[in-house]
Design a protein around this ligand. Structure first.
Ligand code: C2E
Ligand code: MG
Ligand code: MG
Length: 644
């Protein structure tokens, strides 16, 4: 501590007695030359002054020695404190010039005490922290206790330090600002990691919703009229759920990561891409020329995602629907995202894999949808809901085989609501469960009555569609059992149509539910067969009795120069596995003939009849005077009713 300016000590305390003693001695000497008796007086005064001065001097010197000892002790304490702690202690002038550095500075700054002493503090800290340092020194010099965090240079890197200071300029042993620096780089990196986690999706490492909304807020704030437009893309994967349900969550996660990589490759480095949750992503495009640019990027994204993914050694496909909303200065980030979400919803409902640009009218449509939902909810038990029956016939001769029950909704104001439209809505809201329960009960009653009362319907088979949502309900098996008991319908006369996506879940519960349904004695059909997931493994695994060949495959039957490969394959598969096949959507005579030639025995479609209300079904199919028979290629039994 000898270098510390404070240790030179101030001799102010010994000056006065020293002066007295010196003056006394001087008087003594002068008295020799003075005339008596003045000389004696002077001598005595001088001697007295010198004596007092000397006594005083001795006492002052003793006090000074004691003070020096105390200072040395305090220095020793200070030294042991600053040298043993991990913290670095600096003493600096109010201007920030380092006058002392504790040895631990080597560890923190990678420089020796000698390198640091004599340097301005500013030369040690990050240039970006220079202003903070200036403020820090000023406050410290004003006697305020201060703490700050800044980066200290260590070789080529910067170390985060927490720094505090006390002003000890009045302490002679210190004579400066005592600055303590602590290495907080670990805490800082933990904080950075936590901040990253708070703003990023841990699976894909993309920004999360909070960060995304934050960026959108900035884009909105930067939105003056003359700047280039910015837009938000809301993306939702089509078919992701299928993969997730069938191959498991690990595969789903892998697919999301792979999708995230493809999405990222479609945008410029300055744009923000985020995963909002589940299979939803969002992109913020800034500085685009117009909304057309956003549409081009949406198209590019759709193309990139459309290519096959190899997940756990399997080839899987997904699509993406995009909603686009432009950023405007009077919107909140949530509103922009909601607009894009709404547009995505419209893109999805129109055609999967497309995109739509937000229009204010979409809100009105959504409101209508919500009203429709409320209306459906309140009408489930009433007579707005009805069931129609579409005949299923033997293709060879047109004899009636069975009927598919199809739900209908006649809205008091809006009239007939297309079934696909409200079934989709009912699936989404869960209303399909009570709707399905009602259809099941009503159709079982109807079929049982027909089987009892109409000779032509004695063997009638009834098909009822079962929603995937209803399939997940614990009460499903009880619902079916109840409908059978109430109607006294022979269980073997009832076929439940389920879609491939239900079987995709391939879980023990799925298998258990199917077994329980089979135990009731009912038959199981796969509806729209062939459009879903391309794995056929489940056909052997599950107790399936009927395959309903989807209309899309029937469309390619009897078309010039087209080989109906898939229809042929499905029919052959049915024959091999001993499963009945029913072709759906037969609209033309040639299709019926073509399907017969391929070995398909049963079918339904507008060629034979649309779905009709029960009284019409009775009139035309069960009570018609001539028995409904046709020979292949001859006139059809039932004239198709006009398409509405
Ligand atoms: P789906 O089970 O595949 O029913 C066949 C659909 O094709 C019916 O449409 C039917 O009217 C229509 N269709 C029949 N023949 C032809 C034809 O020759 N050409 C064309 N273009 N279409 C034909 P719908 O009644 O609109 O039903 C649509 C879908 O709604 C059904 O498809 C089914 O998935 C669902 N659905 C209908 N009723 C119910 C129900 O009670 N419960 C459940 N969960 N879903 C139902
Ligand atoms: Mg069906
Ligand atoms: Mg179908």
């Amino acid at each position: 501590m000898a270098r510390s300016p404070g240790t030179q000590g101030k001799m102010r305390g010994v000056n006065l007695p020293g002066f007295l003693a010196a003056a006394g001695l001087l008087l003594g000497v002068l008295s020799r030359f003075a005339v008596q008796p003045k000389g004696d007086v002077l001598l005595w005064v001088g001697m007295g002054g010198a004596a007092v001065g000397l006594v005083w001097l001795v006492r002052s010197l003793r006090a000074f020695r004691e003070r020096l000892a105390a200072m040395a002790a305090s220095e020793a304490r200070f030294r042991s404190l600053v040298q043993q702690g991990g913290d670095v202690t600096l003493i600096a002038t109010a201007e920030g010039l380092v006058t002392y550095a504790s040895p631990s500075v080597v560890g923190l700054a990678g420089r020796s005490t000698r390198d640091v002493e004599g340097q301005p503090l500013a030369s040690l800290v990050h240039p970006d922290d220079a202003t903070a340092l200036g403020r820090f020194l000023k406050s410290a010099a004003e006697g305020m206790p201060v703490t700050a965090e800044w980066r200290l240079k260590r070789g080529d890197e910067w170390v985060w330090t927490e720094t505090d200071a006390v002003d000890l300029r009045s302490e002679p042993a210190i004579n400066g600002l005592v600055i303590t620096l602590r290495d907080i780089s670990e805490r800082r990196s933990l904080e950075a990691r936590l901040t990253h986690q708070a703003y990023h999706d841990s699976l894909t490492r993309l920004a999360n919703r909070s960060l995304f909304l934050n960026r959108v807020a900035h884009a909105i704030a930067r939105y003056p009229r003359d700047l280039k437009p910015a837009a938000v893309l809301f993306l939702d994967l089509d078919g992701f759920k299928k993969v997730n349900d069938s191959l498991g969550h690990a595969a789903g996660d892998e697919l999301l990561v792979a999708c995230a990589a493809r999405l990222s490759a479609c945008i410029r480095p300055g744009d923000t891409i985020a995963r909002l949750g589940g299979d939803e992503f969002a992109v913020l495009l800034e500085g685009i020329a117009g909304i057309g640019d956003a549409e081009i990027i949406a198209g590019r994204i759709a193309q990139a995602v459309a290519g096959s993914f190899t997940i756990q050694g399997r080839e899987v496909f997904v699509g993406v629907s995009a909603g686009i909303a432009e950023i405007a200065g009077d919107l909140t980030p949530d509103e922009v995202l909601r607009n894009a979400d709404l547009a995505m919803y419209f893109a999805k409902s129109r055609a999967k894999g497309g995109h739509a640009v937000y229009q204010p009218a979409m809100h009105a449509e959504l409101v209508e949808w919500l009203e429709l939902e409320a209306d459906l909810r309140s009408s489930i038990g009433g007579d707005q809901i009805s069931v129609e029956y579409q005949p299923i016939v033997h293709l060879a001769d047109g004899r009636l085989y069975g009927a598919e029950a199809l739900v209908r909704w006649t809205h008091p104001v809006r009239g007939h609501i297309p079934t696909t439209r409200f079934v989709a809505m009912a699936e989404e809201t869960g209303l399909i469960v009570p709707v399905g329960r009602r259809v099941l009960q009503e159709a079982c009653q109807q079929a049982a009555t027909w089987r009892r009362t109409a000779a032509r319907a004695a063997e009638l088979r009834l098909s009822v569609n079962l929603s995937g949502r209803h399939f997940q309900e614990a009460a499903l098996v009880a619902d079916v059992g109840h409908a059978l008991r109430e109607s006294a319908l022979a269980p073997g006369a009832l076929t439940l149509e389920i879609t491939e996506s239900v079987l995709m879940r391939r879980s023990e519960e799925t298998l258990e539910t199917l077994r329980e349904l089979k135990a009731l004695g009912v038959k199981l059909a796969i509806d729209d067969f062939g459009v879903g997931y391309s794995s056929l493994g489940y056909l052997q695994q599950f107790p399936i009795d009927v395959l309903k060949i989807d209309r899309t495959f029937v469309d390619s039957v009897a078309v010039a120069n087209r080989d109906p490969v898939l229809a042929r394959a499905i029919i052959a598969l049915g024959q091999t596995l001993g499963i009945e096949t029913i072709a759906e959507g037969i609209e033309r005579l040639e299709q019926r003939d073509g399907l017969t030639a391929l070995g398909c025995e049963l079918g339904q479609g507008y060629f034979f009849s649309r779905a009709v209300p029960p009284d019409e079904f009775e009139r035309r199919l069960l009570k018609a005077p001539a028995p409904p028979r046709v020979t292949p290629g001859s006139v059809r039994v039932l004239r198709p009713t006009p398409v509405t």
